[in-house]
Design a protein around this ligand. Sequence first.
Ligand code: SF4
Length: 359
Amino acid sequence: MESHALTHPRKIMVRATNWIGDGVMSLPALQALRARFPSAEIVLVAKPWVSELYWRLPAVSRQIVYSPDGEHRGAKGFWRLVSTLRSERFDAAVLFQNAFHAAWMAWRAGIPVRIGYARDGRSGLLTNAVETPLPAEYGHQTNYYLQLLFRAGLIPPPQPADEIRLVLAEAEMDWAAKHLRKQGLQGPRFLLGLNPGASFGPAKRWLLHRYALLADRLVGAFHADVLIFGSRAERALAEEIARSMKHTPLILAGETSLRQLMALLAQCRLLVTNDSGPMHLAAALGLPVVAIFGSTDERATGPVGARTRIVKRPVACSPCGLRECPIDFRCMQAVTVDDVYMTALRLAKEVGITHERPA
Ligand code: SF4
């Protein structure tokens, strides 16, 4: 299947996924592509809200940010992007994003080799349309992207990724420490992060009043200060938790860019989260993570890394993969504050984190 152009490609376009979590889970495949073609220029085409994820990654040579709400808005904007891609004269396109649109864009840009999964009726636009493996064949989503490269003949049989690493610059870490200092959080502290949202939909969200109860208990156990993360759209969730808590958390939801979110997450000693983009970011930053799962399958989208733990209660309807629960939300109702609290304490002990606060 491998064409001549991919024996020594000079320039490869990679269409990134549109969700942050998928972006993190596709990093092992991106690294495998880089390892296979160490001297190729790998140019990522990514939407604005995920593009910062790929900063400072050796696998990525540079990015073209695709802004459908900005300079690439509407038909005119799309053709402007196609014309940019055409002028790049790529040798190949690797599509981690599964939409018809991604294949159409690569085809209209005249990229001679177009590799992607045969999804969304786009096989006719791909030169290497790879049959989608069954979930049982790929297991975790990280392997789903690796399998695309393997099945396209680009890499040898992949090993499942047991770690994903995102790295921050010192200046980014300094910014986060300074930002927290301005909020009165200086000195050695146990910062506990909560991520009560999930962009995909409410079916992935544990109950807010339980987050509040949990946070107060963990404040007691670790003398912690609580940071609540999330997007602008999730700010109301954070505020509701804050209203229900005895202690006063710092709400950061909606106040950060993606890099700032990463830098602030990296300041935390522990994150309690739903199945979400920040969960994957935190795990890839090496943070101990307690992830609460209900409607989704942790074997497919669980956080990657030895310092992560899942809390999930077995219910017959899970995983449903729905955005909203059509019944009584029993998957999340079944997860108690005690379940999450005990998991957090065990994880803290296992990874050797202790409480501390200056006198
Ligand atoms: S259908 Fe079942 S698994 Fe899906 S959200 Fe509802 S309770 Fe959870």
